[in-house]
Design a protein around this ligand. Sequence first.
Ligand code: NAD
Length: 504
Amino acid sequence: MTQAIAAEVSGLLRGLGIAERHFIGGDLAVASPITGETIATVPQGAAADVTDVVARAQTAFTAWRRVPAPRRGELVRLLGEELRAHKDVLGRLVSLEVGKVVSEGLGEVQEMIDICDFAVGLSRQLYGLTIQSERPDHRLTEQWHPAGVVGIISAFNFPVAVWAWNAALALVCGDTIIWKPSEKAPLTALATHALLERALARFGAAPEGLAQVLMGGREVGGALVDDARVAIVSATGSTRMGRDVAQRVAARFGRSILELGGNNASIVTPSADLDLTLRAVAFGAMGTAGQRCTTLRRLMVHESVYDVLVPKLVRVYQTISVGSPIAGHALVGPLIDRASFEAMQDALAAAREAGGIVHGGERVDVNGDASFYARPALVEMPGQVGPVVDETFAPILYVMKYATLADAIALQNGVPQGLSSSIFATDLREVEQFLSAAGSDCGIANVNMGPSGAEIGGAFGGEKETGGGRESGSDAWRGYMRRQTNAINYGRSLPLAQGVTFDV
Ligand code: NAD
């Protein structure tokens, strides 16, 4: 099985023209979570390489910022074409490298295509403002300029889509990009970069160093973070990583866009459509084996519907198919590695200790000892205690009972993270309370769906320990540019603002 995966990976990469360059003599071992065994090695960069890489990106920036934005959009349009043409290959690689079931691997590439389309349109917008001046014969405007070099640090669980959210916007905004992918997912990064190189070749005159990839772990990421020539660091990953990155970037007065951990909740109210709720909870909590930042991790169920919904949910947990993401029809694939499985077991032990009743959570033997498949766990909790306030990056759903909507919203907001949330209700007043200023404190608040599965059109990100960053749609592009205010005097006198006089 392992050999078959290695051979398939090698074939897919060779098909993209990158096997010879990147496969021989590598020193970063890549394991597929499908079997847990090494399927490839790739060369790893070192922190010392960062200096040269950033210098190239900086030189490229001086040229790229002068290319008209709609022309920059043409590059992203070509990238979108390459992604469309190679969606099956890249989607398959996502499944093989990080263990996503086939439709989710393909969905990840579709998300890349979608953000390219969005960015192409954006390249003819990037609107500024005209502002009324208080002075006669004066005009105030606000315009947006490219910001500089953007460092993109990405996590294993969306190994390529997160790059695309950042890269597509940064490129049309006139920035140059350096990608430090997850050390757990370098193959999909190489494949994605190869597709960008094809787009660049078709585009023609892009400056050398416009888009680069730096393989490696946190030391390499750290060198990028500390380099004052990197104007913006966009980092996606754990809150622990973000706390370190935020402080280091702030210490040099750089800008960071942080997309960190979530501990997402849904509230099931008495007026909820329970059939729809059941399906939404199943996908939200167990999809991607609980390894989405927006995975549903806490469920507050009103006491009047608890005994109807929760036994049904327990049955779904007992019967959901856990297995290889590339064989059969499993809906839940493997955890990324042993550490992830152990963190799941530790959290379940802590939940039991805190009075929780655990359904599921046991290891499932699919492909031998080196891979880690687990039955998703539903845990009935007496309250929001113990591991419930932490993000455990595994399929654990903590279920709690509530009496009033105010209590449920207080529970929903009572954790350090603030990424995504949702309510199941057909009572308009309860829906609107949840969406109001006194409702969910998260960056994303959904109605009659789970907290995961965002579309690229909206701004994506969350508050509190999720980091406050926004990526993807809406006006998230502003995070990749610098704002400039212009006051223009087209008269012959020099009136000062606020009536100040200064006659010389
Ligand atoms: P991780 O924090 O272990 O690693 C993420 C990336 O950061 C990797 O590329 C890693 O090499 C790098 N890194 C780690 N420490 C660093 C440091 N001190 N300086 C510079 N770089 C550093 O996360 P992971 O296990 O790959 O991903 C899972 C986590 O990511 C979860 O917490 C999940 O919620 C979060 N996530 C958040 C979002 C979001 O948009 N909010 C999206 C996907 C994943």
